[in-house]
Design a protein around this ligand. Structure first.
Ligand SMILES: Nc1ncnc2c1ncn2[C@@H]1O[C@H](COP(=O)(O)OP(=O)(O)OP(=O)(O)O)[C@@H](O)[C@H]1O
Length: 591
Protein backbone atom coordinates (compact mmCIF):
# COMPACT_ATOMS: atom_id res chain seq x y z
CA UNK A 1 0.00 0.00 0.00
CA UNK A 2 1.29 3.41 -1.00
CA UNK A 3 0.93 5.00 2.46
CA UNK A 4 2.99 2.28 4.12
CA UNK A 5 5.64 2.49 1.41
CA UNK A 6 5.80 6.22 2.07
CA UNK A 7 6.23 5.67 5.82
CA UNK A 8 8.89 3.06 5.19
CA UNK A 9 10.73 5.46 2.92
CA UNK A 10 10.66 8.15 5.59
CA UNK A 11 11.87 5.79 8.28
CA UNK A 12 15.24 5.72 6.58
CA UNK A 13 17.93 6.03 9.25
CA UNK A 14 15.64 4.49 11.88
CA UNK A 15 14.49 1.38 10.06
CA UNK A 16 16.74 -0.97 12.06
CA UNK A 17 15.58 0.61 15.32
CA UNK A 18 11.95 0.33 14.26
CA UNK A 19 12.26 -3.29 13.11
CA UNK A 20 14.05 -4.11 16.34
CA UNK A 21 11.15 -2.49 18.24
CA UNK A 22 8.67 -4.58 16.24
CA UNK A 23 10.65 -7.75 17.02
CA UNK A 24 10.78 -6.88 20.72
CA UNK A 25 7.03 -6.27 20.62
CA UNK A 26 6.49 -9.74 19.17
CA UNK A 27 8.88 -11.38 21.66
CA UNK A 28 7.46 -9.48 24.66
CA UNK A 29 3.87 -10.27 23.69
CA UNK A 30 4.64 -13.93 23.03
CA UNK A 31 5.95 -14.18 26.58
CA UNK A 32 2.42 -13.58 27.88
CA UNK A 33 1.70 -17.28 27.48
CA UNK A 34 4.56 -18.29 29.77
CA UNK A 35 2.93 -17.32 33.07
CA UNK A 36 -0.38 -19.04 32.30
CA UNK A 37 1.67 -22.11 31.38
CA UNK A 38 3.55 -21.96 34.72
CA UNK A 39 0.24 -21.40 36.46
CA UNK A 40 -1.14 -24.47 34.74
CA UNK A 41 1.83 -26.54 35.99
CA UNK A 42 1.40 -25.26 39.56
CA UNK A 43 -2.34 -26.03 39.58
CA UNK A 44 -1.89 -29.49 38.05
CA UNK A 45 1.06 -30.49 40.23
CA UNK A 46 0.52 -28.72 43.54
CA UNK A 47 -3.19 -27.91 43.84
CA UNK A 48 -5.55 -30.11 41.83
CA UNK A 49 -3.33 -33.06 40.88
CA UNK A 50 -3.82 -36.54 42.37
CA UNK A 51 -0.33 -36.38 43.92
CA UNK A 52 -0.61 -32.72 45.00
CA UNK A 53 0.12 -33.46 48.70
CA UNK A 54 3.23 -35.48 47.89
CA UNK A 55 4.48 -32.85 45.46
CA UNK A 56 3.97 -30.13 48.10
CA UNK A 57 6.25 -31.92 50.50
CA UNK A 58 8.78 -33.51 48.11
CA UNK A 59 9.01 -30.95 45.31
CA UNK A 60 8.98 -27.71 47.21
CA UNK A 61 12.05 -26.51 45.33
CA UNK A 62 10.19 -26.96 42.04
CA UNK A 63 7.23 -24.92 43.38
CA UNK A 64 9.53 -22.12 44.52
CA UNK A 65 11.32 -22.27 41.16
CA UNK A 66 8.02 -22.00 39.28
CA UNK A 67 6.87 -19.05 41.44
CA UNK A 68 10.19 -17.28 40.97
CA UNK A 69 9.91 -18.03 37.24
CA UNK A 70 6.56 -16.28 37.17
CA UNK A 71 8.00 -13.20 38.85
CA UNK A 72 11.09 -13.33 36.61
CA UNK A 73 9.04 -13.50 33.42
CA UNK A 74 6.84 -10.61 34.60
CA UNK A 75 9.96 -8.53 35.19
CA UNK A 76 11.39 -9.55 31.83
CA UNK A 77 8.18 -8.56 30.05
CA UNK A 78 8.11 -5.20 31.84
CA UNK A 79 11.72 -4.51 30.89
CA UNK A 80 11.04 -5.49 27.28
CA UNK A 81 7.97 -3.24 27.24
CA UNK A 82 10.10 -0.35 28.53
CA UNK A 83 12.79 -0.85 25.86
CA UNK A 84 10.19 -1.36 23.12
CA UNK A 85 8.36 1.88 23.95
CA UNK A 86 11.67 3.71 24.04
CA UNK A 87 12.62 2.41 20.59
CA UNK A 88 9.20 3.21 19.07
CA UNK A 89 9.32 6.72 20.52
CA UNK A 90 12.83 7.42 19.26
CA UNK A 91 12.18 6.06 15.78
CA UNK A 92 8.87 7.92 15.42
CA UNK A 93 10.22 11.20 16.86
CA UNK A 94 13.21 11.04 14.51
CA UNK A 95 10.91 10.40 11.57
CA UNK A 96 8.64 13.25 12.62
CA UNK A 97 11.61 15.60 12.82
CA UNK A 98 12.82 14.63 9.34
CA UNK A 99 9.41 14.91 7.70
CA UNK A 100 8.72 18.23 9.41
CA UNK A 101 11.97 19.72 8.10
CA UNK A 102 11.30 18.29 4.65
CA UNK A 103 7.75 19.68 4.57
CA UNK A 104 8.93 23.06 5.80
CA UNK A 105 11.48 23.18 2.97
CA UNK A 106 8.81 22.02 0.56
CA UNK A 107 6.44 24.77 1.63
CA UNK A 108 9.24 27.34 1.39
CA UNK A 109 9.93 26.17 -2.15
CA UNK A 110 6.36 26.60 -3.34
CA UNK A 111 5.48 29.37 -5.75
CA UNK A 112 3.01 32.21 -5.25
CA UNK A 113 0.14 30.28 -6.81
CA UNK A 114 0.47 27.65 -4.11
CA UNK A 115 0.12 30.30 -1.40
CA UNK A 116 -2.84 31.80 -3.30
CA UNK A 117 -4.59 28.43 -3.14
CA UNK A 118 -3.69 27.15 0.32
CA UNK A 119 -4.96 28.58 3.57
CA UNK A 120 -2.40 29.35 6.25
CA UNK A 121 -4.50 27.61 8.92
CA UNK A 122 -4.64 24.46 6.80
CA UNK A 123 -0.88 24.45 6.26
CA UNK A 124 -0.36 24.97 10.00
CA UNK A 125 -2.65 21.99 10.73
CA UNK A 126 -0.60 19.84 8.38
CA UNK A 127 2.66 20.89 10.01
CA UNK A 128 1.42 20.22 13.54
CA UNK A 129 -1.66 18.05 14.22
CA UNK A 130 -1.42 15.88 11.10
CA UNK A 131 2.27 15.18 11.58
CA UNK A 132 1.73 14.31 15.23
CA UNK A 133 -1.08 11.93 14.24
CA UNK A 134 1.26 10.11 11.86
CA UNK A 135 3.91 9.85 14.56
CA UNK A 136 1.35 8.59 17.05
CA UNK A 137 0.27 5.94 14.55
CA UNK A 138 3.78 4.71 14.09
CA UNK A 139 4.57 4.67 17.80
CA UNK A 140 1.28 3.59 19.28
CA UNK A 141 -1.18 2.17 16.76
CA UNK A 142 1.31 -0.13 15.04
CA UNK A 143 2.62 -1.23 18.44
CA UNK A 144 -0.89 -1.97 19.72
CA UNK A 145 -1.85 -3.88 16.57
CA UNK A 146 1.34 -5.97 16.57
CA UNK A 147 1.09 -6.74 20.26
CA UNK A 148 -2.63 -7.59 20.13
CA UNK A 149 -2.09 -9.83 17.11
CA UNK A 150 0.87 -11.60 18.69
CA UNK A 151 -0.97 -12.24 21.94
CA UNK A 152 -3.98 -13.45 19.94
CA UNK A 153 -1.90 -15.83 17.79
CA UNK A 154 0.20 -17.06 20.75
CA UNK A 155 -2.92 -17.69 22.83
CA UNK A 156 -4.69 -19.52 19.98
CA UNK A 157 -1.57 -21.63 19.31
CA UNK A 158 -1.31 -22.51 22.98
CA UNK A 159 -5.03 -23.29 23.18
CA UNK A 160 -4.74 -25.59 20.15
CA UNK A 161 -1.82 -27.30 21.88
CA UNK A 162 -4.02 -27.93 24.94
CA UNK A 163 -7.31 -28.77 23.21
CA UNK A 164 -8.26 -28.05 19.60
CA UNK A 165 -12.02 -28.56 20.02
CA UNK A 166 -12.36 -26.10 22.90
CA UNK A 167 -10.29 -23.58 20.87
CA UNK A 168 -12.64 -23.93 17.89
CA UNK A 169 -15.57 -23.27 20.20
CA UNK A 170 -13.93 -20.05 21.29
CA UNK A 171 -12.92 -19.02 17.77
CA UNK A 172 -16.53 -19.29 16.60
CA UNK A 173 -16.89 -15.70 17.80
CA UNK A 174 -14.10 -14.27 15.64
CA UNK A 175 -15.89 -14.01 12.24
CA UNK A 176 -18.88 -12.00 13.56
CA UNK A 177 -16.48 -9.68 15.41
CA UNK A 178 -14.48 -9.21 12.20
CA UNK A 179 -17.65 -8.37 10.24
CA UNK A 180 -18.83 -5.82 12.83
CA UNK A 181 -15.37 -4.19 12.85
CA UNK A 182 -15.32 -4.01 9.05
CA UNK A 183 -18.75 -2.34 8.86
CA UNK A 184 -17.71 0.12 11.58
CA UNK A 185 -14.48 1.02 9.76
CA UNK A 186 -16.33 1.71 6.50
CA UNK A 187 -18.88 3.90 8.21
CA UNK A 188 -16.44 5.91 10.29
CA UNK A 189 -13.80 6.65 7.61
CA UNK A 190 -15.57 9.54 5.78
CA UNK A 191 -16.37 11.01 9.18
CA UNK A 192 -12.69 11.37 9.99
CA UNK A 193 -11.97 12.94 6.60
CA UNK A 194 -14.74 15.45 7.38
CA UNK A 195 -13.43 15.92 10.91
CA UNK A 196 -9.97 16.73 9.59
CA UNK A 197 -11.44 19.36 7.23
CA UNK A 198 -13.39 20.98 10.07
CA UNK A 199 -10.28 21.12 12.23
CA UNK A 200 -8.50 22.89 9.40
CA UNK A 201 -11.38 25.40 9.09
CA UNK A 202 -11.25 26.01 12.82
CA UNK A 203 -7.51 26.66 12.69
CA UNK A 204 -7.88 28.93 9.66
CA UNK A 205 -10.54 31.00 11.45
CA UNK A 206 -8.35 31.24 14.56
CA UNK A 207 -5.28 32.24 12.58
CA UNK A 208 -7.15 34.85 10.50
CA UNK A 209 -8.81 36.24 13.57
CA UNK A 210 -5.61 36.66 15.53
CA UNK A 211 -3.73 38.09 12.54
CA UNK A 212 -6.59 40.46 11.77
CA UNK A 213 -7.40 41.44 15.35
CA UNK A 214 -6.91 45.15 14.60
CA UNK A 215 -9.50 45.13 11.85
CA UNK A 216 -11.87 43.19 14.06
CA UNK A 217 -11.49 45.77 16.82
CA UNK A 218 -11.68 48.71 14.44
CA UNK A 219 -15.02 47.49 13.16
CA UNK A 220 -16.13 46.38 16.63
CA UNK A 221 -16.85 42.97 15.13
CA UNK A 222 -15.68 40.96 18.12
CA UNK A 223 -19.12 39.48 18.65
CA UNK A 224 -19.42 38.53 14.98
CA UNK A 225 -15.98 36.91 15.08
CA UNK A 226 -16.75 35.11 18.34
CA UNK A 227 -19.94 33.77 16.75
CA UNK A 228 -18.03 32.73 13.64
CA UNK A 229 -15.43 30.95 15.77
CA UNK A 230 -18.13 29.38 17.94
CA UNK A 231 -19.88 28.08 14.83
CA UNK A 232 -16.68 26.46 13.54
CA UNK A 233 -15.94 25.16 17.00
CA UNK A 234 -19.44 23.69 17.35
CA UNK A 235 -19.09 22.13 13.89
CA UNK A 236 -15.82 20.53 14.88
CA UNK A 237 -17.16 19.38 18.20
CA UNK A 238 -20.31 17.93 16.54
CA UNK A 239 -18.21 16.08 13.96
CA UNK A 240 -16.02 14.76 16.77
CA UNK A 241 -18.99 13.58 18.78
CA UNK A 242 -20.63 12.07 15.72
CA UNK A 243 -17.51 10.04 14.91
CA UNK A 244 -17.05 9.04 18.53
CA UNK A 245 -20.71 8.10 19.00
CA UNK A 246 -20.78 5.84 15.94
CA UNK A 247 -18.61 3.56 17.99
CA UNK A 248 -21.42 3.27 20.51
CA UNK A 249 -23.65 1.68 17.85
CA UNK A 250 -21.16 -1.14 17.49
CA UNK A 251 -19.69 -1.24 20.98
CA UNK A 252 -22.52 -3.34 22.58
CA UNK A 253 -22.15 -6.06 19.93
CA UNK A 254 -18.39 -6.21 20.32
CA UNK A 255 -18.65 -6.13 24.10
CA UNK A 256 -21.20 -8.97 24.05
CA UNK A 257 -18.98 -10.99 21.72
CA UNK A 258 -15.97 -10.33 23.96
CA UNK A 259 -17.90 -11.45 27.03
CA UNK A 260 -18.97 -14.44 24.95
CA UNK A 261 -15.42 -15.79 25.14
CA UNK A 262 -15.68 -16.14 28.92
CA UNK A 263 -19.19 -17.64 28.73
CA UNK A 264 -18.15 -20.24 26.17
CA UNK A 265 -15.07 -21.01 28.22
CA UNK A 266 -17.16 -21.50 31.35
CA UNK A 267 -19.72 -23.73 29.63
CA UNK A 268 -17.60 -25.75 27.20
CA UNK A 269 -14.43 -25.61 29.32
CA UNK A 270 -16.33 -26.62 32.47
CA UNK A 271 -17.89 -29.55 30.62
CA UNK A 272 -14.48 -30.61 29.29
CA UNK A 273 -13.02 -30.54 32.84
CA UNK A 274 -15.93 -32.63 34.17
CA UNK A 275 -15.38 -35.12 31.35
CA UNK A 276 -11.70 -35.09 32.30
CA UNK A 277 -10.83 -34.09 28.78
CA UNK A 278 -8.73 -31.23 30.11
CA UNK A 279 -7.15 -30.77 33.54
CA UNK A 280 -7.90 -28.04 36.07
CA UNK A 281 -4.53 -26.56 35.29
CA UNK A 282 -5.32 -26.41 31.58
CA UNK A 283 -8.69 -24.84 32.33
CA UNK A 284 -6.94 -22.22 34.45
CA UNK A 285 -4.51 -21.55 31.55
CA UNK A 286 -7.50 -20.97 29.27
CA UNK A 287 -9.03 -18.61 31.86
CA UNK A 288 -5.77 -16.71 32.28
CA UNK A 289 -5.31 -16.26 28.54
CA UNK A 290 -8.83 -15.75 27.27
CA UNK A 291 -8.30 -11.98 27.60
CA UNK A 292 -5.76 -12.41 24.78
CA UNK A 293 -8.73 -13.17 22.50
CA UNK A 294 -11.23 -10.71 23.93
CA UNK A 295 -9.00 -7.69 24.55
CA UNK A 296 -8.09 -7.03 20.91
CA UNK A 297 -11.83 -7.16 20.18
CA UNK A 298 -12.49 -4.57 22.87
CA UNK A 299 -9.80 -2.19 21.65
CA UNK A 300 -10.67 -2.69 17.98
CA UNK A 301 -12.86 0.45 18.04
CA UNK A 302 -10.10 2.72 19.30
CA UNK A 303 -7.65 1.21 16.86
CA UNK A 304 -10.00 1.63 13.88
CA UNK A 305 -10.74 5.24 14.91
CA UNK A 306 -7.05 6.00 15.11
CA UNK A 307 -6.32 4.26 11.82
CA UNK A 308 -8.97 6.40 10.08
CA UNK A 309 -7.53 9.56 11.63
CA UNK A 310 -4.11 8.42 10.52
CA UNK A 311 -5.22 7.99 6.89
CA UNK A 312 -7.02 11.35 6.90
CA UNK A 313 -3.90 13.10 8.25
CA UNK A 314 -1.45 11.19 6.08
CA UNK A 315 -3.37 12.07 2.91
CA UNK A 316 -3.02 15.76 3.81
CA UNK A 317 0.69 15.47 4.54
CA UNK A 318 1.33 13.58 1.33
CA UNK A 319 -0.38 16.42 -0.59
CA UNK A 320 2.32 18.79 0.65
CA UNK A 321 5.07 16.20 0.36
CA UNK A 322 4.49 15.69 -3.35
CA UNK A 323 3.37 19.22 -4.25
CA UNK A 324 5.35 20.43 -7.25
CA UNK A 325 5.72 24.16 -7.74
CA UNK A 326 5.34 25.37 -11.33
CA UNK A 327 8.22 27.76 -10.72
CA UNK A 328 11.12 25.95 -9.14
CA UNK A 329 14.03 27.70 -7.54
CA UNK A 330 16.86 25.21 -7.97
CA UNK A 331 19.20 27.31 -5.79
CA UNK A 332 21.94 26.37 -8.25
CA UNK A 333 23.47 29.78 -8.76
CA UNK A 334 27.07 29.39 -7.64
CA UNK A 335 28.32 32.74 -8.89
CA UNK A 336 25.65 35.40 -8.65
CA UNK A 337 26.23 38.01 -11.33
CA UNK A 338 25.21 41.60 -10.88
CA UNK A 339 22.81 42.67 -13.62
CA UNK A 340 22.80 45.97 -15.47
CA UNK A 341 19.08 46.32 -14.83
CA UNK A 342 17.58 46.44 -18.33
CA UNK A 343 13.97 45.27 -18.29
CA UNK A 344 11.80 44.46 -21.30
CA UNK A 345 8.19 43.34 -21.54
CA UNK A 346 7.38 41.86 -24.98
CA UNK A 347 3.70 41.24 -25.73
CA UNK A 348 3.16 40.07 -22.19
CA UNK A 349 -0.22 38.68 -21.19
CA UNK A 350 -1.02 37.14 -17.84
CA UNK A 351 -3.92 35.24 -16.32
CA UNK A 352 -4.71 34.28 -12.73
CA UNK A 353 -6.34 30.92 -13.47
CA UNK A 354 -8.88 31.90 -16.14
CA UNK A 355 -9.07 35.68 -15.56
CA UNK A 356 -6.86 37.76 -17.87
CA UNK A 357 -5.23 40.54 -15.83
CA UNK A 358 -2.54 41.83 -18.22
CA UNK A 359 -2.92 42.05 -22.00
CA UNK A 360 -0.17 42.63 -24.56
CA UNK A 361 2.16 44.74 -22.42
CA UNK A 362 5.20 46.17 -24.24
CA UNK A 363 7.85 48.46 -22.81
CA UNK A 364 11.58 48.68 -22.17
CA UNK A 365 13.34 50.19 -19.17
CA UNK A 366 17.00 51.08 -19.69
CA UNK A 367 19.54 50.56 -16.87
CA UNK A 368 19.40 53.41 -14.38
CA UNK A 369 16.02 54.70 -15.58
CA UNK A 370 13.23 55.48 -13.14
CA UNK A 371 9.79 54.37 -14.28
CA UNK A 372 6.59 55.18 -12.49
CA UNK A 373 3.50 53.05 -12.91
CA UNK A 374 0.12 54.53 -12.24
CA UNK A 375 -3.39 53.29 -12.81
CA UNK A 376 -6.73 52.69 -11.20
CA UNK A 377 -6.93 50.18 -8.40
CA UNK A 378 -7.08 46.63 -9.78
CA UNK A 379 -5.61 47.70 -13.14
CA UNK A 380 -2.74 45.18 -12.75
CA UNK A 381 0.20 47.23 -11.44
CA UNK A 382 1.25 44.81 -8.69
CA UNK A 383 0.70 41.87 -11.01
CA UNK A 384 2.98 43.48 -13.58
CA UNK A 385 5.89 44.01 -11.19
CA UNK A 386 5.42 40.48 -9.79
CA UNK A 387 6.41 39.13 -13.18
CA UNK A 388 9.93 40.61 -13.02
CA UNK A 389 11.19 38.47 -10.09
CA UNK A 390 9.13 35.66 -11.65
CA UNK A 391 6.71 35.26 -8.77
CA UNK A 392 4.31 34.13 -11.51
CA UNK A 393 4.96 32.87 -15.02
CA UNK A 394 3.37 34.77 -17.85
CA UNK A 395 0.72 33.30 -20.10
CA UNK A 396 2.06 34.78 -23.35
CA UNK A 397 5.05 36.88 -24.46
CA UNK A 398 8.39 37.37 -22.71
CA UNK A 399 9.78 39.26 -19.74
CA UNK A 400 13.50 39.91 -20.23
CA UNK A 401 16.09 41.12 -17.75
CA UNK A 402 19.41 42.16 -19.29
CA UNK A 403 18.16 40.65 -22.56
CA UNK A 404 17.45 37.20 -21.07
CA UNK A 405 14.05 35.62 -20.58
CA UNK A 406 13.46 35.45 -16.82
CA UNK A 407 12.40 31.81 -17.23
CA UNK A 408 15.96 31.03 -18.29
CA UNK A 409 17.65 32.85 -15.42
CA UNK A 410 18.68 31.30 -12.11
CA UNK A 411 15.98 32.39 -9.69
CA UNK A 412 18.37 33.03 -6.80
CA UNK A 413 20.48 35.24 -9.03
CA UNK A 414 17.47 37.04 -10.54
CA UNK A 415 15.80 37.70 -7.20
CA UNK A 416 19.12 38.60 -5.60
CA UNK A 417 19.35 41.43 -8.14
CA UNK A 418 15.98 42.86 -7.21
CA UNK A 419 15.11 44.83 -4.09
CA UNK A 420 11.38 44.93 -3.43
CA UNK A 421 9.27 46.86 -1.01
CA UNK A 422 5.84 45.26 -1.32
CA UNK A 423 2.53 47.03 -0.97
CA UNK A 424 1.49 44.87 1.94
CA UNK A 425 4.39 45.56 4.29
CA UNK A 426 5.47 42.58 6.36
CA UNK A 427 8.11 43.02 9.02
CA UNK A 428 9.40 40.12 11.08
CA UNK A 429 9.18 40.04 14.87
CA UNK A 430 12.81 41.02 15.21
CA UNK A 431 14.78 44.17 15.96
CA UNK A 432 14.58 47.07 13.52
CA UNK A 433 18.23 46.45 12.77
CA UNK A 434 17.48 42.76 12.01
CA UNK A 435 14.62 43.75 9.71
CA UNK A 436 16.69 46.21 7.71
CA UNK A 437 19.63 43.81 7.42
CA UNK A 438 17.31 40.89 6.53
CA UNK A 439 19.19 40.17 3.30
CA UNK A 440 22.58 40.25 4.99
CA UNK A 441 22.58 39.67 8.76
CA UNK A 442 26.30 40.54 8.89
CA UNK A 443 25.75 44.03 7.54
CA UNK A 444 27.82 46.59 9.51
CA UNK A 445 25.82 48.89 11.76
CA UNK A 446 26.87 52.04 9.86
CA UNK A 447 25.39 50.60 6.68
CA UNK A 448 22.09 49.82 8.41
CA UNK A 449 22.03 53.44 9.61
CA UNK A 450 22.89 54.68 6.13
CA UNK A 451 19.97 52.85 4.49
CA UNK A 452 17.62 53.93 7.26
CA UNK A 453 18.73 57.50 6.59
CA UNK A 454 18.09 57.10 2.85
CA UNK A 455 14.61 55.80 3.64
CA UNK A 456 13.98 58.76 5.98
CA UNK A 457 13.63 56.34 8.88
CA UNK A 458 16.66 57.44 10.92
CA UNK A 459 14.87 60.08 12.98
CA UNK A 460 11.96 58.03 14.23
CA UNK A 461 14.15 54.96 14.87
CA UNK A 462 16.52 57.03 17.04
CA UNK A 463 13.55 58.24 19.09
CA UNK A 464 12.44 54.68 19.83
CA UNK A 465 13.22 53.32 23.33
CA UNK A 466 16.01 51.06 22.18
CA UNK A 467 16.75 52.61 18.81
CA UNK A 468 17.76 50.06 16.22
CA UNK A 469 17.54 47.31 18.85
CA UNK A 470 13.84 47.90 19.40
CA UNK A 471 11.98 44.68 18.71
CA UNK A 472 8.97 45.26 16.51
CA UNK A 473 5.94 43.10 17.07
CA UNK A 474 4.63 40.44 14.75
CA UNK A 475 4.24 41.91 11.24
CA UNK A 476 5.54 45.25 12.52
CA UNK A 477 2.96 45.85 15.23
CA UNK A 478 3.93 48.94 17.23
CA UNK A 479 4.88 51.01 14.17
CA UNK A 480 2.75 53.38 12.14
CA UNK A 481 1.93 52.56 8.53
CA UNK A 482 4.42 55.15 7.25
CA UNK A 483 7.13 53.93 9.64
CA UNK A 484 6.66 50.36 8.47
CA UNK A 485 6.86 51.49 4.85
CA UNK A 486 10.13 53.28 5.52
CA UNK A 487 11.70 50.27 7.22
CA UNK A 488 10.55 48.14 4.29
CA UNK A 489 12.16 50.65 1.93
CA UNK A 490 15.41 50.61 3.94
CA UNK A 491 15.33 46.79 3.78
CA UNK A 492 14.96 46.90 -0.02
CA UNK A 493 17.69 49.53 -0.39
CA UNK A 494 20.04 47.53 1.86
CA UNK A 495 20.24 44.91 -0.92
CA UNK A 496 21.84 47.66 -3.06
CA UNK A 497 20.09 46.07 -6.00
CA UNK A 498 20.50 46.99 -9.65
CA UNK A 499 16.68 46.78 -9.86
CA UNK A 500 14.54 48.41 -7.21
CA UNK A 501 10.78 47.88 -7.16
CA UNK A 502 8.64 50.01 -4.86
CA UNK A 503 4.96 49.13 -4.72
CA UNK A 504 3.11 52.10 -3.24
CA UNK A 505 5.91 52.40 -0.71
CA UNK A 506 5.46 56.06 0.13
CA UNK A 507 1.66 56.18 0.11
CA UNK A 508 1.52 56.51 3.91
CA UNK A 509 4.32 59.06 4.40
CA UNK A 510 3.88 62.82 4.45
CA UNK A 511 4.95 64.93 1.47
CA UNK A 512 8.05 66.27 3.20
CA UNK A 513 9.31 62.79 4.04
CA UNK A 514 8.48 61.67 0.53
CA UNK A 515 10.58 64.50 -0.85
CA UNK A 516 13.50 63.28 1.29
CA UNK A 517 13.02 59.72 0.00
CA UNK A 518 12.85 60.87 -3.63
CA UNK A 519 16.04 62.82 -3.21
CA UNK A 520 17.72 59.72 -1.73
CA UNK A 521 16.51 57.60 -4.62
CA UNK A 522 17.86 60.11 -7.16
CA UNK A 523 21.25 60.15 -5.44
CA UNK A 524 21.83 56.45 -4.77
CA UNK A 525 25.54 55.62 -4.85
CA UNK A 526 25.00 52.42 -6.84
CA UNK A 527 23.55 52.01 -10.36
CA UNK A 528 19.87 51.17 -10.08
CA UNK A 529 16.82 50.84 -12.29
CA UNK A 530 13.76 51.93 -10.34
CA UNK A 531 10.17 50.94 -10.86
CA UNK A 532 7.84 52.86 -8.63
CA UNK A 533 4.14 52.18 -8.36
CA UNK A 534 2.44 55.28 -7.04
CA UNK A 535 -0.85 57.07 -7.01
CA UNK A 536 0.52 60.51 -6.17
CA UNK A 537 1.56 62.78 -9.00
CA UNK A 538 4.16 64.21 -6.61
CA UNK A 539 5.87 60.79 -6.76
CA UNK A 540 5.50 60.11 -10.45
CA UNK A 541 6.32 63.63 -11.69
CA UNK A 542 10.05 63.16 -11.31
CA UNK A 543 10.26 59.76 -13.03
CA UNK A 544 11.98 59.46 -16.41
CA UNK A 545 8.84 57.87 -17.77
CA UNK A 546 5.37 57.08 -16.56
CA UNK A 547 3.24 54.12 -17.63
CA UNK A 548 -0.49 54.31 -17.15
CA UNK A 549 -2.24 50.99 -16.78
CA UNK A 550 -5.92 50.53 -17.31
CA UNK A 551 -7.64 47.20 -17.16
CA UNK A 552 -4.40 45.33 -17.78
CA UNK A 553 -3.27 47.44 -20.74
CA UNK A 554 -0.76 50.31 -21.03
CA UNK A 555 -2.92 53.22 -22.17
CA UNK A 556 -0.42 56.07 -21.78
CA UNK A 557 3.37 56.26 -21.70
CA UNK A 558 5.66 59.26 -21.51
CA UNK A 559 7.22 61.87 -19.26
CA UNK A 560 5.21 63.96 -16.84
CA UNK A 561 5.11 66.85 -19.32
CA UNK A 562 4.21 64.62 -22.28
CA UNK A 563 1.37 62.98 -20.42
CA UNK A 564 0.00 66.31 -19.23
CA UNK A 565 0.04 67.52 -22.77
CA UNK A 566 -1.90 64.44 -23.85
CA UNK A 567 -4.78 65.44 -21.56
CA UNK A 568 -5.72 61.85 -20.85
CA UNK A 569 -5.94 59.78 -17.64
CA UNK A 570 -2.74 61.24 -16.17
CA UNK A 571 -3.87 64.79 -16.81
CA UNK A 572 -7.18 64.09 -15.04
CA UNK A 573 -5.40 62.62 -12.01
CA UNK A 574 -3.03 65.59 -12.00
CA UNK A 575 -5.92 68.05 -12.03
CA UNK A 576 -7.60 66.19 -9.19
CA UNK A 577 -4.43 66.27 -7.07
CA UNK A 578 -3.08 69.64 -8.13
CA UNK A 579 -4.11 71.46 -5.03
CA UNK A 580 -2.13 69.12 -2.85
CA UNK A 581 1.06 69.26 -4.90
CA UNK A 582 1.98 72.92 -4.70
CA UNK A 583 3.20 75.42 -7.20
CA UNK A 584 6.57 73.82 -7.86
CA UNK A 585 5.13 70.70 -9.43
CA UNK A 586 2.63 72.71 -11.45
CA UNK A 587 5.36 74.83 -12.88
CA UNK A 588 7.42 71.70 -13.61
CA UNK A 589 4.43 70.19 -15.44
CA UNK A 590 3.84 73.26 -17.60
CA UNK A 591 7.42 73.57 -18.77
N1 LIG B 1 -3.44 36.17 -6.39
C1 LIG B 1 -4.44 36.53 -7.19
N2 LIG B 1 -5.30 35.60 -7.66
C2 LIG B 1 -6.30 35.95 -8.48
N3 LIG B 1 -6.55 37.21 -8.87
C3 LIG B 1 -5.75 38.18 -8.43
C4 LIG B 1 -4.65 37.89 -7.56
N4 LIG B 1 -4.02 39.06 -7.29
C5 LIG B 1 -4.67 40.01 -7.94
N5 LIG B 1 -5.72 39.50 -8.63
C6 LIG B 1 -6.64 40.24 -9.50
O1 LIG B 1 -5.87 40.82 -10.54
C7 LIG B 1 -6.29 42.13 -10.80
C8 LIG B 1 -5.10 43.09 -10.72
O2 LIG B 1 -4.64 43.10 -9.38
P1 LIG B 1 -3.37 43.94 -8.96
O3 LIG B 1 -3.12 43.68 -7.52
O4 LIG B 1 -2.27 43.67 -9.90
O5 LIG B 1 -3.91 45.43 -9.16
P2 LIG B 1 -3.23 46.79 -8.76
O6 LIG B 1 -3.30 47.65 -9.95
O7 LIG B 1 -1.90 46.57 -8.16
O8 LIG B 1 -4.26 47.29 -7.66
P3 LIG B 1 -3.99 48.24 -6.40
O9 LIG B 1 -3.67 49.59 -6.90
O10 LIG B 1 -5.30 48.21 -5.69
O11 LIG B 1 -2.89 47.61 -5.61
C9 LIG B 1 -7.40 42.45 -9.83
O12 LIG B 1 -8.62 42.29 -10.52
C10 LIG B 1 -7.27 41.39 -8.76
O13 LIG B 1 -8.52 41.04 -8.29
Amino acid sequence: MFQFKWLWHNLIGDRTRYIFALCLSVVGSSLTIINPYIGQRIVDLFIAGDDAARYLTDERALLIGLCLGMIGFSLLRTSLAYCTTLLYERASQNMLYRIRIYLYNKIQGQDMRYYDRNRTGDLMTKMTGDLEMVRHSLAWIVKTIIESLTVFIAAVAYFFYIDAELTWWLLILSPPIGIVAFIFARRVRPMYVDLRERLSQLNTTTQENIAGNRVVKAFAREEFEINKFTEKSVNYSKANKKAALVWLDYFPYLEIFSQGFSVILMLAGGLFVMNERITFGEFSAFSALVWGLSNPMRSIGIIINDIQRFFASLTKIIEVYYAHPEIVNEHNATVKRRYNGRIQFEHVSFKYDSVTVLEDINFTIEPGETIAIMGATGSGKTTLINLIPRFYDITRGRVLVDGKDVRKLELDELRGNIGIATQDVLLFSDTIDGNIAYNNPDMPEEDVHKFAELAAAQDFIRKMPEGYNTVVGERGVGLSGGQKQRIALARALAVQPPILILDDTTSAVDLETEEHIQKSLRELDFPCTKIIIAQRVSTTAQADRILILDNGRVIEEGTHAELLAKRGYYYDVFMLQIEGIGRGAVAHGQK
